[in-house]
Structures are given as C-alpha cells and as structure tokens.
Design a protein around this ligand. Structure first.
Ligand code: FMN
Length: 146
C-alpha cells in the first residue's frame, strides 16, 4: 500500500511518532511519506491508499481534551474517503480525545479506523503493534488480500 503519515506537532513529540510510524510502515514492505499538515504532498496524498493522521492533546489536563491545532488539521487537503488511523501524543491525561480525533477525520471525509494515544517520554510503547493493526484494518477496508 501507499501510506501517507500527516501530523501537527509543536514540540516534536508527535513528529517523532509520525517518523517512527513511517519507518515501521516501510519495514513492513509498504511505501510511506511523512509530512506536517502544511507541507502534505498533494500528489502523494491523492494516490495514497490510507492515511495516518496525528496531533497532540490540548486541554486543561483533567478535562476539555481536544486534538491540538485541530483547525490546521482541518485545513489540510481532504482525505477523500481513505481509511485513516489516528495517533495522538499526550503528557498526563488525554481523556476521550481520540473520539474528537475521530470527528476531525470524519469532517475531513476519511474513514476512521481507530486510533492510539502515545505518552510523552514513552513514545515507542505499542507503536509496532498499532501500525500492524492499522495496516490490517486498512487492507480489510480496501478489500486487499494481506
Ligand atoms: C496548550 C497545551 C495544552 C495541553 N494539554 C494537555 C492535556 O490536557 N493533557 C495532556 O496529557 N497533555 C497536554 N499537553 C501536552 C501535550 O499534549 C504533549 O506534550 C504532546 O506530546 C505535545 O506534542 P508535540 O510535541 O507534538 O507538540 C498540552 C500541551 C499544551 C501546549
């Protein structure tokens, strides 16, 4: 599959996860491109079979969690019905922020495959399994035999 990894990041944590996702996707034999939303490669995105969309958690820690810079995510080129997996980083408590990320993906026209939270300071934890599961879900959605 051709996979686009697109993210928002202010201090580098989500960017780091995005790069690790891209590397894991390539190790599994797929093609991957990784960009911040403002630099997303439109041609690549148009051709991509699936998308990983990521950002950071914005809230007041115990409550009010939202995808960070959601406006910038919503400004990216649409993802036109493509299967999309979410990934978000956080510091301490992210509540149900993935539900809000699902709303962002739906507004962008993507098909939400589910998402995962990555805690700052332990960003690699669960990453490999998350990528495998997301690729499997995308292949199932696309009807590709894996
Ligand atoms: C304005 C602001 C609000 C934040 N709110 C939360 C929060 O409610 N819960 C949490 O766990 N982390 C919160 N964080 C921490 C970030 O989500 C976390 O550091 C994240 O990994 C940053 O990602 P980045 O390095 O890609 O910018 C907040 C950070 C900022 C700047």
């Amino acid at each position: 599959m051709k996979v686009a990894v697109v993210y928002e990041s202010r201090t580098g944590n989500t960017a780091h996860v995005a790069e690790m996702i891209g590397a894991a996707v390539q190790e599994l034999g797929h093609e991957a491109g990784v960009w911040p939303t403002a630099k997303a490669n439109l041609d690549y995105l148009t051709d991509a079979d699936m998308v990983f969309l990521g950002t950071w958690t914005d809230g007041i820690f115990i409550t009010g969690h939202n995808p960070g810079d959601a406006g910038k995510l919503l400004d990216m080129p649409g993802i036109w019905g493509k299967p999309t997996a979410g990934f978000m980083t956080y510091a301490l408590h992210a509540g149900k922020v993935l539900n809000k990320m699902a709303d962002v993906v739906t507004l962008l026209g993507g098909e939400w495959l589910g998402g995962r939270l990555f805690k700052r300071g332990q960003l690699e934890e669960g990453l490999a399994a998350y990528v495998v599961a997301a690729l499997d879900a995308a292949e199932e959605s696309l009807g590709v035999a894996s």
